[in-house]
Write a protein of this length. Structure first.
Length: 229
């Protein structure tokens, strides 16, 4: 069974401030991910890795091809889905750890982590959020403070906890170990392995070769999509 499948997906950006020049990001992107497997997208900066993740998540619209996401017994084409359907997929199917934490100002870190569950004041959810923050070595005295006051590494760990907390069947990771020290990179590797054991299909961008080797079941060189005809 396939959890996620991309077939001949392409994306072009129009530079409106440059006279409408069209720049192709990627073309011919095709791969599939099964439950419990991790596909890592590799390639230099600018090759289109983040654009692929954003198309899967529905932040960018693909202009060609199909992005099929399994939701129960149904396969949904993200590229054709209405915005309301995409929001529903994000609640029930698609988890994501972006490169940077985006949180409402002045909201405590513990609430930021628990918020994706939709019940941020529930005791059980706050307990699970606390466990993740503790595993990721975020000091407990910071949990009641807004993450905007944290260091870059601390913010990233809150970001990771927030993305890993929901139990969703697909997880997208955009450089989750960037700005982390060796100890916390190991924690993230362990978290990814746990998700795989629970049958989660993962698509990740990982530049750290050691981390990539530890979690990847398949590595895709995105440069071949950047130069596709």
């Amino acid at each position: 069974m396939i959890a996620l499948e991309l077939s001949d997906v392409g994306k072009t950006f129009t530079m409106h401030l440059r006279g409408g020049i069209r720049l192709r990001a990627v073309a011919g992107v095709s791969f599939a991910v099964s439950p419990g497997r991790c596909v890592v997208l590799a390639g230099p900066s600018g090759a289109g890795k983040s654009s692929i993740l954003k198309m899967i998540y529905g932040s960018y619209r693909c202009e060609q091809g199909r992005i099929l996401v399994r939701h129960g017994e149904e396969l949904i084409d993200v590229g054709q889905a209405e915005p309301r359907r995409i929001l529903n997929l994000r609640r029930e199917v698609l988890g994501c750890v972006a490169q940077f934490l985006r949180a409402v100002p002045r909201v405590a870190a513990l609430d930021v982590v628990a918020e994706p569950l939709g019940r941020p004041t529930a005791a059980a959810d706050r307990t699970r959020a606390s466990e993740l923050l503790r595993r990721l070595n975020v000091p407990e005295h910071l949990w009641g403070l807004a993450p905007a006051t944290f260091s870059g590494g601390e913010q990233q760990r809150v970001n990771i906890a927030r993305g890993f907390l929901p139990e969703l069947p697909i997880l997208l990771l955009d450089e989750p170990t960037a700005s982390l020290d060796v100890a916390n990179r190991k924690v993230v590797v362990d978290l990814i392995r746990e998700k795989k054991r629970h049958g989660v299909a993962i698509v990740a961008i990982v530049h750290d070769e050691e981390v990539r080797d530890a979690v990847a079941d398949h590595v895709i060189d995105v440069t071949r999509f950047a130069t596709a005809a």
